[in-house]
Design a binder for this molecule. Structure first.
Ligand code: MGD
Ligand code: MGD
Ligand code: SF4
Ligand code: MO
Length: 742
């Protein structure tokens, strides 16, 4: 591949939005990090070794200037030698990927998709998106799938992320927005129970909210089978067996009831379904919960004491309890705890999920999810279909119905689904039972991937299209708080690459759709505003200009009913009140303070009971495997494994295990450990530490090859969210080379 020329700064006249803040470094374009859902504000200006340097943006409220190592080094991605700069095409089956012109590459995709559609029908064309895509891209991808391809078979990697929390949130509150309040409210709460989240490694700048919480006298309780850097900061660390969070939450609720600490007035006024939930909790007495979870009864009592004594209190979940085959019920049980104690919909209180990917929130709102239309509308709702079809200028009947969930879609490749278009995901590394998924990808008639680097998934493709990335394009993202942000373009892309939006438009044109697929992000956003209007995630009152002036706008934010534009301007573009404010909707930083988003305004308890994981340890596979992240790598590692500083900090996979387990198998620090599950075998060096339960091993999932954690993971799905059980597999561990037969 050719070396990429150093990025050239864009003249400021081409940068939409306001001038940089006074507090930001002079000459910097204000934008956001390419990685996680915190979407830290940062500045970019010419300079440094890569031609573009990252500067602080202290005025942006979420991270207040702080960045983790990934954000600090992000410009290396732009000029990395690993960058794709021209399309690649595999001209013969089994042949190599070879450089090609855009015409050849696009024509090949159009021809193959047309052939698949003619031979097998529209639903044989699959589409797989990602929560890293901007709102504009996610929206246009959904529109492309439903209109141009006419397929129902679209889903995205967010299914592997926060889908259980989303499902539980909708069930309880009638709405899914990760956090119902700004991150800053965490610092003012009286008690926070953080369940299965490790922000010290996954969102370092957010850690300050948890340390401020403690400085303000609040309590932090962390629930994690490992003593993580986050758990070290806690007043109380509960270390349950992986997969038992549901029992733990029910046990805490049992104690709340037994100790008479429910908020009966709140339950009567603001909730429904308490009797069923209460009965389920009463069946989980403390000693039983101690047996299931391994958390001692006195610790359960202490947690309940902290949670109920505090004037305000919240439960936050992350991937630990969510990535389970019972993730939806598990989150439901934690929500029950916040409802029974009168916390949800109260200041600095309630339930929230720490969403993960850069646009994990917006990516699940605008139509790349199998069952969804823009504005968080449902494909099965006739009114929603009529509204969106109206915006798209088509008959509602042409819109397909809901399709398969992410793993089910990957599992169907080469069978019902014969072609796949992938944007912004690397399932060869990140999907459960990855060896099987890889085999399914190879069984496709045709695979096309848009990416910035040759990911492990792109390497299997018939056509790879090189696309622009964060600092080379503008677009909106919705962070974990529900704050819609504008990531602004700061440099020109390398010659030869095109944006995802451009690619979708060019493919649409070749497939007969000349109109409706603009490549200007703001133009797409204007259409998204109309498509989302009146939906649960209403963006109609949000504009690029407003986002830039206000440090983001929280949805829902409907356009004003009085004809005033979203920007505080009249329909002719003139300002209404001279301040730019007009009578516009202010956005919604805090949800549910007056009512929940259910038809009767009340939150719904979930009558859930504990059940075992899809796979429990047995004689053959006696150990529990759980998986997750390390500080310096991001997701499948496709991006961060290509940044020298990050790779030096976290060069490869490992198996974290307790000295007692290590000793039993004659494993010493650094020894190669073979981990075997019913899906396969992985090998990585041992990291022996007392910071993990003796019955559990942990592997990060950032690497392909022999140490790929997802070779081992269980694709058992949650019945509601269709989330795979990434956090619980039964395995056997041995010193590699000394394995027993069988
Ligand atoms: N450095 C880094 N940061 C990231 C990412 C990354 O890849 N790297 N990815 C981003 C994305 S997309 C996401 S989704 C977030 C994820 O952010 P987190 O949820 O914080 O990350 P994880 O490491 O997956 O899981 C958190 C913790 O869950 C614990 N855990 C494992 N099994 C269980 C269980 O059964 N119960 C409980 N209670 N806990 C359990 C693990 O030990 C781990 O410490 O991070 C985002 N930020
Ligand atoms: N065992 C285990 N597996 C897991 C998890 C776990 O905890 N344990 N966590 C799961 C979770 S929470 C997640 S979110 C998934 C994530 O897993 P993946 O979906 O694999 O996520 P990424 O590695 O971020 O993949 C994004 C790809 O898109 C490319 N890319 C980045 N930006 C763009 C863009 O704008 N356009 C295009 N076309 N491409 C782009 C990147 O280079 C990269 O190749 O992994 C899941 N897998
Ligand atoms: S915490 Fe997330 S958004 Fe902030 S700098 Fe790190 S990776 Fe980027
Ligand atoms: Mo995620």
């Amino acid at each position: 591949m050719n070396a990429t020329p150093a990025p050239q700064p864009v003249p400021s006249a081409r940068i939409p939005g306001r001038e940089p803040d006074r507090e930001s470094a002079p000459g910097s374009v204000e934008t956001h990090c390419p990685y996680c859902s915190l979407q830290c504000g940062m500045g970019l200006r010419p300079g440094g070794a890569t031609g573009l340097e990252v500067t602080e943006r202290p005025a942006f409220p979420v991270n207040r200037g702080a960045l983790c190592g990934k954000g600090r080094t992000a410009t290396e991605l732009l000029s990395s030698g690993a960058r794709l700069t021209e399309p690649l095409v595999r001209r013969s089956p089994g042949g190599p990927l070879e450089p090609a012109g855009w015409d050849e590459a696009l024509e090949r995709i159009a021809t193959e998709l047309t052939r698949v559609r003619a031979a097998y029908g529209p639903d044989a064309q699959g589409v797989f998106g990602g929560g890293g895509l901007t709102n504009e891209k996610a929206y246009l991808l959904g529109k492309f799938a439903r209109l141009v391809l006419g397929t129902s078979q679209i889903d995205y990697n967010g299914r592997f992320c926060m889908s259980s929390a989303a499902a539980a949130g909708i069930r309880a509150f009638g709405l899914d927005r990760g956090l119902p309040l700004p991150m800053a409210d965490i610092a003012g709460s009286g008690c926070v129970i953080l369940v299965g989240g490790n922000p010290a490694e996954t969102m370092p700048p957010a850690l300050r909210y948890f340390t401020e919480l403690r400085e303000n006298g609040g309590r932090l309780i962390v629930v994690d089978p490992r003593r993580t850097r986050t758990a070290e900061l806690a007043d109380l660390h509960l270390a349950p067996r992986p997969g038992t969070d549901l029992a733990l939450a029910l046990g805490l609720l049992h104690l709340v009831v037994a100790e008479g600490r429910t908020d009966e007035r709140y339950i009567a006024e603001r909730t429904t379904g308490w009797a069923g939930a209460r009965a389920a909790a009463m069946a989980h007495w403390p000693e039983l919960v101690e047996r299931i979870t391994g958390v001692p009864v006195p610790q359960l009592r202490e947690a309940v004491g902290h949670f109920c004594d505090a004037e305000s209190a919240m439960v936050l979940t992350a991937r630990g309890p969510e990535q389970q085959a019972k993730g939806t019920d598990t989150v439901g049980a934690w929500i029950n705890l916040t409802l029974a104690t009168g916390r949800a919909g109260r200041p600095r209180s309630g339930y929230g999920c720490l969403t993960g990917q850069g646009n994990g929130q917006g990516g699940r709102e605008h139509g790349q999810k199998a069952d969804q239309l823009p504005g968080y509308r449902l494909l099965t709702d006739p009114a929603a279909r009529a509204h969106v079809a109206g915006v798209w200028g088509v008959d509602p009947d042409v819109l397909p119905g809901p399709g398969r969930s992410a793993y089910e879609l990957l599992d169907a490749l080469g069978r019902d689904v014969r072609s796949l278009l992938v944007l912004a995901s690397n399932p060869v590394v990140s999907a459960p039972r990855a060896a099987h998924v890889e085999e399914r990808l190879r069984a496709l008639d045709f695979l096309a991937v848009c990416d910035v680097v040759l990911s492990e998934t792109a390497a299997l493709a018939d056509v790879v299209l090189p696309v622009t990335q964060w600092a080379e394009e503008s677009g909106t993202l919705t962070n974990l708080e529900g704050r819609v942000l504008l990531r602004r373009r700061a440099v020109d892309p390398p010659p030869g690459v095109r944006s995802d939006l451009w690619v979708l438009g060019a493919l649409a044109a070749r497939l007969g759709w000349e109109k409706g697929f603009p490549d200007d992000p703001e133009e797409v956003f204007e259409e998204l505003r109309r498509a989302s209007a009146g939906g649960p995630a209403d963006y109609s009152g949000i504009t690029y200009g407003r986002i830039a002036r206000e440090d983001g706008v929280f949805w829902p934010c409907p356009a004003s009913a009085d004809g005033t534009g979203a920007d505080g301007t009249g329909t002719d573009g003139t300002e209404v009140d001279g301040t730019g404010a007009g009578t516009r909707h202010p956005g919604t930083p805090r949800l549910f303070l007056d009512r929940f988003a259910t038809p009767d305004g009340r939150a719904r308890f979930a009558p859930v009971t504990h059940r075992p994981s899809a796979e429990e340890p047995d004689a053959e596979y006696p150990v529990l495997l759980t998986t997750g992240r390390v500080l310096a790598q991001y997701q499948s590692g496709a991006q961060t494994r290509r940044v020298a500083e990050l790779n030096a900090a976290a060069p490869g996979p490992f198996v974290q295990l307790h000295p007692r387990l290590a000793e039993r198998h004659g494993i010493a620090e650094g020894d190669p450990v073979a981990v075997t599950s019913r899906r396969g075998r992985a090998v990585a060096p041992a990291r022996v530490t007392r910071d993990i339960r003796p019955d559990t091993v942990f592997m990060p999932f950032h690497w392909p090859g022999a140490g790929r954690a997802n070779t081992l993971t269980n694709p058992a799905l949650d019945p509601t969210s269709r989330m795979p059980e990434f956090k619980v597999s039964a395995v056997r561990v041995e010193r590699a080379g000394a394995e027993s037969a069988g």
